[in-house]
Design a protein around this ligand. Structure first.
Ligand code: NAP
Length: 331
């Protein structure tokens, strides 16, 4: 029996986490081609926080249901002969809509749940591992034997990039601001750890690489972290700009890419597949196969109930989140 009165975390204004509230939501009948998924768990991503302030590049119309990724069970379908059946466990991937008890979806918004993950891990897999995969393979062309430096290595994107980089055969240097965050990076396979709260990371990278620098650098932090990355990049290196979790854009001195013969490359993982669906399908299939073969998984730092979504967002904003924060919806 389907619960017609679902609940969802609605973003009502652009005041940040305070503007997000859990509310009842009546389910509309399904349109042809649609399915209803009962969500079991969802995961936070930094763009959720940015969306609550209207600072993300995608700006949904108010009010909207927050949340980009979740895992759940197909509970109702209008197409019983279609690829998904009632009872199937699926990943929900979208820009919004994941922090709710139900999602109404079309087949393009879901994928079968990876078999090697728990429900909690599956909820937290899609966004960060896709970002890591597009970054390292499609944009950074990371090769086995190269040195990869990951900044913010104990956050969501950072942890996924450490795990993927190690599985691709790189020597991975993980840099983060606390011992707890570095523990997660170590657990994900990092070879070297740098606490940049205590030491200058460019100097340590130069020491570790005997003055050669890192071939590929993943920067989800921005600001001075981006600028300092150019002090420790190798000749012909690739600096992957993935985000600005620190709140500031870095400033590029254009002489440095000339001196280092390096590239500064922007990454936009979701848009990568939307602009080029063939490449998107290649990435999606490649990531799934590689993740299952290499046992790649997110590390869950903390689980919150759906009603505490604002607290989870505030923890992320305070820089307190370690690994992935998940939301338990129906367990
Ligand atoms: N390009 C893409 O396709 C794509 C996709 C997804 C996410 N992103 C972006 O990637 C970035 C990271 O996202 P995420 O979901 O991994 O977030 P996250 O789990 O919160 O990790 C962000 C990390 O940034 C560091 N940081 C530095 N200053 C911070 C501050 N003032 N507030 C919060 N964190 C700070 C923190 O590490 P330390 O404390 O160790 O410095 C933190 O662990 C965001 O900018 C997000 O928008 C980009």
């Amino acid at each position: 029996m389907i619960d017609k009165f679902a609940t969802a975390t609605i973003c009502h204004d652009l005041s940040g986490p305070d503007g997000v509230r859990l509310e009842p939501q009546q389910q509309a009948p399904l349109a042809p081609g649609q399915m209803r998924v009962r969500l079991k768990a969802a995961a936070l991503n930094f763009p959720d926080l940015l969306m609550t302030y209207g600072k993300y590049q995608f700006k949904p119309e108010l009010p909207f249901i927050l949340g980009m990724e979740a895992v759940g069970i197909v509970e109702e379908t209008t197409d019983p002969a279609g690829p998904y059946k009632v009872g199937d466990a699926v990943l929900y991937k979208n820009k919004t809509g994941a922090f709710a008890t139900y999602a109404t979806v079309e087949a393009t918004q879901i994928e079968p749940m990876p078999k090697h993950l728990t429900y909690a891990e599956a909820a937290a897999f899609s966004v960060t591992f896709l970002t890591a995969y597009v970054s390292l393979i499609e944009r950074g062309r990371l090769k086995a034997g190269e040195t990869l430096l990951v900044l913010g290595a104990g956050g969501g994107v950072g942890q996924a990039t450490v795990a993927l980089g190690k599985a691709l055969g790189a020597t991975v240097i993980a840099a983060a601001s606390s011992a707890d965050k570095l523990r997660i990076a170590k657990e994900s396979g990092a070879d070297h750890l740098i606490n940049y709260h205590d030491v200058s990371f460019p100097e340590r990278v130069q020491e570790i690489t005997n003055g050669r620098g890192a071939d590929v650098i993943l920067d989800p932090v921005g600001g001075t972290f981006f600028e300092q990355s150019l002090d420790c990049i190798a000749w012909a290196g690739r600096l992957l700009v993935a985000g600005f979790a620190g709140g500031e854009f870095g400033v590029l001195k254009a002489n440095l890419p000339i001196e280092k013969g390096c590239s500064v490359i922007g990454v936009r993982a979701g848009e990568f597949g939307r602009r080029d669906p063939v490449a998107g399908a290649r990435v999606s299939i490649g990531l799934r196969k590689f993740a299952e073969a290499e046992n790649l998984r997110p590390i869950i730092g903390k689980a919150w109930p759906l009603a505490h979504i604002s607290d989870a967002l505030r923890a992320m904003e305070r820089r307190d989140a370690t690994g992935k924060q998940i939301i338990l919806i129906d367990d």
